[in-house]
Ligand binder design. Sequence first.
Ligand SMILES: [Zn+2]
Length: 85
Amino acid sequence: MPLYSYSCKTCGSKQEAYSSIDERRNGPKCHGDMQIVIGCNILPDIEPFVAPGTDEFISSRSKRRAFMQKHGLIEVGNEGNPHDR
Ligand SMILES: [Zn+2]
């Protein structure tokens, strides 16, 4: 059975429960029915860090991408013609 994350529509408290497709509507209850949270498998954002040699604080993938483009850096594993992107 897949594990679903539920969120209370009223107070936002979270809970996880294994449910079959048919049982999803009978999930855990808090202030009434809880809502299934979609997208819990999305990659978390990167750990924030200060870019070496600069004082720039990189706190997200988009900032890291912008920083690398600005400095002409290429991410290992993501090499290729920059004009293709
Ligand atoms: Zn609640």
